[in-house]
Design a protein around this ligand. Structure first.
Ligand SMILES: [Zn+2]
Length: 261
């Protein structure tokens, strides 16, 4: 049935992971349906619409080794990529991690493979959401995601950190099942490095030092490969440089973090 504007059309049923994946991504290999189905079966529990839109996940599901901070972290995985902006678009803007004029909620949904949020770093966020910028941001997110801003403090459920993966975003930036899974593995490590860094003074100091000692060329290369951050802020530069440097070397990172609890 066709509905004209103004008629009360019933809300469409939520898509399952495979449908989300196939409708939003441009997998350039010749078997996208098979790739999306494999990803869905591997990352989500349940069948079709019985699958929850947001599910709990274990780092081992994407092949990641245990980190000391895993016990105090809640892990999630999204079927629908629009949960990505619903959870953190406004939080990222609040932190000044991107320029909202250059990066939309849709960009975040389709270009980010995951995120981490620390409970200790949420101070001031709820109040910011009530400011003019905050209200405008929430309206943008509601308009593009149809979900609206999610209360991330509540989503911590008593843990210190929240780490989430966005497999449709990962499938949008790469192509084969193996490369998507590798991206999710890297993201899981990358985001947990941010958790370690925020929870551990010595790692935080190391990250600032590692950024400081980079040559002009090395900095330019890092900024060129990971352009979506505000690299002029030393806090952002230090944390991202550390996470990108060690995301595929978790053994080395854990050696560096051996005094962290
Ligand atoms: Zn990062």
């Amino acid at each position: 049935m066709l509905y004209s504007v103004g008629m009360n059309a019933p809300p469409p049923p939520p898509l399952n992971f495979k449908e989300n994946c196939l409708s939003r991504v441009h997998i350039e290999e010749n078997r996208p349906a098979e790739t999306c189905e494999r990803l869905g079966a591997h990352l989500f529990v349940g069948e079709g619409l019985l699958q929850e839109q947001v599910q709990e996940l274990k780092p081992a599901q994407v092949g990641a080794r245990a980190f000391p901070s895993d016990d105090v972290t809640r892990f999630l995985v999204f079927q629908n990529p629009m949960f990505m902006p619903a959870y953190v678009y406004c939080y990222f803007q609040f932190r000044g991690w991107f320029n909202p004029k250059e990066f939309s909620p849709d960009d975040l949904a389709m270009r980010a493979t995951g995120f981490s949020v620390l409970g200790t770093e949420l101070t001031g966020y709820t109040d910011w959401l009530k400011t003019k910028d905050g209200v405008h941001c929430a309206a943008r997110v509601k308009e593009s995601s149809n979900i609206g801003v999610i209360d991330i403090a509540k989503e911590l459920q008593g843990k210190k950190a929240l780490v989430a993966l966005n497999p449709v975003g990962a499938a949008n930036v790469t192509s084969s099942y193996d490369s998507i899974m590798r991206d999710l593995w890297l993201t899981m490590n990358h985001e947990r490095i941010h958790v370690l860094q925020a929870n551990c003074k010595s790692i935080n100091q190391q990250s600032h030092l590692l950024w400081k000692v980079l040559s002009k060329e090395e900095r330019a290369k890092m900024i060129e490969t990971h352009g979506n951050y505000d690299w002029t802020k030393s806090e952002v530069a230090a944390r991202e440089n550390l996470a990108y440097k060690f995301e595929d070397k978790s053994d080395d990172l854990l050696e560096l973090a051996k005094d962290c609890k």
